[in-house]
Design a protein around this ligand. Sequence first.
Ligand SMILES: N[C@@H](Cc1c[nH]cn1)C(=O)NCC(=O)O
Length: 433
Amino acid sequence: MTEPSAARLTPRRAWLVWGVGLSIYLVAVFHRTSLAVAGLAATERFDLTASQLGTFTVLQLLVYAGMQVPVGLLVDRFGPRTVLTAGVITISLGQLGFALATSYPQALGARVLVGLGDAMTFICVLRLVTSWFGPRLIPLITQVTGSSGQVGAIAAAVPMTWALSELGWTTAYLIAAGTGPVLLAALLAFVRDSPASRHERGYPMSRLMLMGSLRSSWAQPGTRLGFWVHFTTPFSANMIVMLWGFPFLVLSEGLSDTTAGGLLSLIVVVVVASGPVLGWVVGNHPWHRSTVALGTVVAMIATWSAVLAWPGEAPLWLLVLLIVACGCGGPASMIGFDVGRTSNPPDRMGSTTGIINVGGFLATVLAVLGIGVVLDLMTPGSSSDYSAGAFRAAMAVQVPLWLFGAVQIWRYRMIVRRTLGREVVEGGSTMIG
Ligand SMILES: N[C@@H](Cc1c[nH]cn1)C(=O)NCC(=O)O
């Protein structure tokens, strides 16, 4: 008799819980990127300079990255349902405040709330996945979660552009905030922390015990491998989608706004399409998880080098290759969470995910800021008419991030492989000691 598939062994409630969690994460990504097309409107509404506008994105990312470890500890203590409830309420209040803001400080405060609420979603959804699905399905569902959530960025593009122009700032962001009560109702009605109980609470821990738990997680070479995989793989795609991709493609590579916009949409399509493929590879070949991550980094370095070294404007086919390589970086970052999962016990899953998630967003902030600094250094005065030469120098900021991250990946990959051996890793564990 053939063994029932892992999917058939999964309780039907698992798919409902995951569906609600994924919806909340997708909307959180929408809120996160909802400023991407509102830059000009925000500049006019609050009378902003370019750096003040950029502060919205950087502050939101810093709050997000800075909250990952605290949120991970909260998830281990109070369970994902409780923390996700707080996240939905907080991010919705942030968008409500942004809709009604009439001054720059008010708008900044609202974006801080958006970053805070956003920080409480992804970790909770991954925790639900590890509680509701079996070990064979977890890598694939984790991948599909991370990739599918990026569809929220698509919803923040054309539909948000239409809403801002046709409905106006306040109505557009009030509608965005209005998704909160609907998601909250679904969360409270259908989501349980695990099949066994509505709430999976951890034991109250002193500050000393909390620090001990974080030290134990970080002491695992698999956690560090996961952190550096997440640090090295997604930042180029994040930088492209969140800020510098469109100006680079138009000002440096001479593309029309429409073609540049099409390539930015293509990157999200690549993210969503490559996720399940990488999820299958990771789930069936755990020994080669870091190999896939390193291969993605090599592909990004190669395509970026070809584009920046190309005499004059790079041909469209090469830019498409660049977008495909960078798009695969998003799903490749999910490998970091899977390595962290197999390297730690379940009661540390929240804090481990939080530690690893800091990596990608720390690298993204470094890349976004570094590129901006080089562009300003290479462009006289306060002009934002950046030259192709300025962009070539600025985009090279990514190289030290890739190289340092790749060295760290190789270093911890070798520690895990030498210590455990292939049989243990293929068996699904990379926990040492
Ligand atoms: N790198 C993303 C996940 C991803 C998967 N495919 C594209 N991106 C990530 O780590 N997300 C965390 C988050 O909170 O969005």
